[in-house]
Design a protein around this ligand. Sequence first.
Ligand SMILES: Nc1ncnc2c1ncn2[C@@H]1O[C@H](COP(=O)(O)OP(=O)(O)O)[C@@H](O)[C@H]1O
Ligand SMILES: [Mg+2]
Length: 366
Amino acid sequence: MNKESISPLIKLSSLTKSFNGKNIIHNFNLVVENNQFVTVMGPSGCGKTTILRLIAGLEFADSGKILLHGKDITMIPAENRNINTVFQNYALFPHMSVFENIAFGLKMKRISFEEIKKKVKKILYMMQISKFSRRYPHQLSSGEQQRVAIARAIINEPKMLLLDESLSALDFHLRKEMQNELKTLQRKLGITFIYVTHDQEEALSMSDKILVMKNGSVEQYGSPKEIYEKPKNLFVAKFIGEINVLEAIVLHRINERYIKILVEEHECVFYTNINVLNGQKIKILLRPEDLKIEEINDKDNPNGIVGQILKKNYKGMLLDTEVKTKKGKKIKISEFFNKNDSHIYYTLSKKISVTWKKDLEIKFLI
Ligand SMILES: Nc1ncnc2c1ncn2[C@@H]1O[C@H](COP(=O)(O)OP(=O)(O)O)[C@@H](O)[C@H]1O
Ligand SMILES: [Mg+2]
């Protein structure tokens, strides 16, 4: 087996980078495999662009290493890395036609014109921009310019394509359309895409892996399911999707499967096989879509958290409700809208119980 097929595509080890004496990237470690769609997320200014620029060779690390297929490329300049980037402001060459823009990288390589024509034609077709090949950038819509920018970046068959918020200039519908196409394109090319976005829904649906960053470090790197269902900490839990965080105290373990906890002054039963101690303080994490609302009357002693309906918001398929507990904590619930269900007709301030499926595995942080 050759080295390329056994080593990961790229490995970043203990990378650090400062600008003007200010440390921006700290002890950054990441391993990305070949043929993956990786999404990078994190608050503005956390270092997403800097990481992409370090991978591309547009910046050099102060310390640490970057290996590409096991080969040390830490100090190798961008043009020798075979990694291409599409930036947010995908500046096309204004004085060149679409064809010339895309052909540019091949011309630099001194490939024959016949060969260039063949390759550009293929990419134009793939990106569905064949009919624009003679136009100039100013004669294209932003969506069309975006396609040209991507075509220009993949013509050289890079090992990796980096996309830094490349779709953020597009309107909602066009962005959704391009997102789907990007995923298809990644599969077709069989190369790794590293894609920076702020759109969580998009990240969850299209990525093989999600990288969540904060203050220049990796908070968590994992599959969308891992990130969503097993967030490593509160930051990741809150960053990806909506989540209710409730302070609770473990009362005792009932049996192998269930524990009893005190939350918002209610004794509730939750499913977990993770060891906890009696009296331990925990933070329970409840996704709105794992919760439902149940009607109660005063005699009931529900296995749930009692509160009052504060707000209702119909969102087509979904009904979002906000409930306020006796202690004043707000809880969000998101249920499928069913017009035959009596509780959608509840009036505001009605007393209800927030419950969950008995076998919902409780997520909590200590
Ligand atoms: N060339 C540079 N010179 C000085 N500071 C920079 C430079 N590039 C980035 N920074 C700073 O590094 C931090 C991270 O920036 P960036 O990687 O662009 O974040 P993100 O893409 O996550 O928004 C910011 O505080 C930014 O101002
Ligand atoms: Mg950025």
